[in-house]
Write a protein that binds this ligand. Structure first.
Ligand code: DAH
Length: 434
């Protein structure tokens, strides 16, 4: 199923490289002032294809024996076994091939994300134009799948976000979302005499939405929490320590996050909650109440397999991939570093343009785009305001390290200089000589 009535990615690029033959409003190729798929370089679609988008067709979650695929298989297998129909058939269906180009409506509006929500900022997401973007979460497909008549489904796919650069963040990562909708009849046996919906919408409280009864929310959140606790045990082992934390998402109420203890520290594993009734009703399932959750696959895979750096998932090195060549996704594998190559650290300092809207994510984006997987981390190590000039200076420390070879000083310098040049050109900063 397509996520929108639009062209797929290949067609998108054919169109773009051919020029603008079909300039309709529907066209994802029509750039406008919202376009920012890496502000760092691509002025043409051809260049665009060569950076972020060249990784889009790799679909790590569909690549057999890839660690992201193995985690996906573990989750799918858990849901297939846990929820079965009359004849033992799985009730959940899996959508792992939906187009990552979605409308801003699918990504935000259909999910009641407020107009001024931070996630809508240009510095946080990748926009093709003001109407189309690369999905920032797999939640973007929930409402369409409900509209198409589904009640129980998993959505798995690549998602795109502009973020910090370090060992756990990468502009493309993978998520799994799930939705389970139930009717009055499915939730409460006749004789219990309990209702899912209030006769007339009641007050919305911290514990529930106006339309739902206290009983329905209680039983549904119990189902949701036990399902997810068991999922955490399936992924991390029966002894995993977990805790529930109250949370906020525009598309669920009440909402929670599940945290697990990993190596002595609490780690947020997933977000979930009771779906906003307005979303469910608008998608044509107003007679149902639902729960939903979303989790990041890299975050799970890094812990389950002891993978120390998120860039490794993009490695095509056999020495990496072969470690995951197992038939059963539940096989215990611990990643053994093939070899660790030395780091090379270079600082860059610049004055930020006085009247611009400089965002750190724009700079991170440039670093990742120019340096690719040579970049291990970027951190702001110093900032100050010049008392007379009234200009702000930022100094970033860039750690270079390749996962598969030793970098030479010359190649690191070339990339470092190029980062400075691009930042000057695109962001209007002035690089300071140190
Ligand atoms: N989309 C959220 C995120 O990316 C995660 C999430 C939270 C998904 C709650 C859900 C949900 O479906 O119900 O952070």
């Amino acid at each position: 199923m397509k996520s929108s009535g639009m062209k797929n990615l290949e067609e998108h690029f054919q169109l773009c490289t051919r020029g603008s033959e079909s300039e309709s409003d529907e066209d994802c190729c029509m750039k406008d002032e919202q376009y920012n798929i890496t502000s760092a370089i691509p002025e043409t679609c051809q260049e665009l294809k060569e950076c972020i988008i060249k990784r889009m067709p790799r679909k790590l979650h569909q690549q057999k024996n890839h660690p992201i695929n193995l985690i996906k298989e573990r989750i799918v297998s858990y849901f297939y076994k846990k929820f079965v129909g009359r004849t033992g058939n799985p009730v959940f269906s899996v959508y792992d091939n939906l187009d990552p180009i979605v409308t801003t409506h699918q990504n935000f509006d259909a999910l009641l994300v407020p107009r001024n929500h931070v996630s809508r900022q240009k510095s946080d997401s990748y926009y093709l134009n003001s109407k189309y973007m690369l999905r920032a979460h797999t939640t973007a497909h929930q409402s369409d799948l409900i509209s198409s008549g589904l009640d129980n489904f998993l959505i798995i796919g690549d998602v795109y976000r502009r973020d910090t650069v370090d060992s756990t963040h990468y502009p493309i990562f993978h998520q799994c979302d799930a939705v389970r909708l139930q009717t009055q009849h499915e939730l409460f046996p006749e004789e219990w005499d309990l209702k899912v919906f209030e006769k007339r919408p009641d007050k919305r409280t911290d514990d529930k939405q106006a339309e739902h009864t206290v009983d329905a929310v209680r039983i549904l959140s119990y189902q949701l929490k036990t399902t997810l606790q068991d999922l955490a045990k399936t992924l991390f082992g029966p002894d995993v320590e977990y805790r529930w934390v109250e949370a906020y998402f525009p598309f669920t109420h009440p909402s929670w996050e599940l945290e697990i203890k990993h190596k002595g520290e609490w780690l947020e594993l997933l977000g979930c909650g009771i779906m906003e009734h307005a979303i469910v009703a608008k998608a044509g399932a107003g007679d149902r109440i639902g729960w939903a959750f979303g989790l990041g696959l890299e975050r799970v895979a890094m812990r389950v397999y002891d993978i120390p750096d998120i860039r490794l998932f993009w490695s095509t090195d056999r020495a990496f991939l072969q470690q995951f060549a197992v038939d059963d996704p539940f096989t215990a594998v611990k990643y053994k570093p093939v070899s660790v190559y030395p780091i090379c650290v270079n600082d860059i300092s610049f004055w930020i343009p006085p009247h611009g809207d400089f965002s750190q994510n724009d700079f991170f984006d440039i670093v990742r785009t120019v340096g690719g997987d040579m970049i291990e981390e970027v951190s702001l190590v110093d900032q100050f305001v010049h008392p007379k000039k009234r200009l702000t200076s930022h100094c970033y420390r860039i750690t270079y390290r390749h996962m598969e070879r030793t970098l030479t000083k010359t190649e690191v310098n070339a990339v470092h200089n190029e980062i400075g040049r691009r930042a000057t050109e695109v962001l209007g900063v002035s690089v300071r000589m140190t």
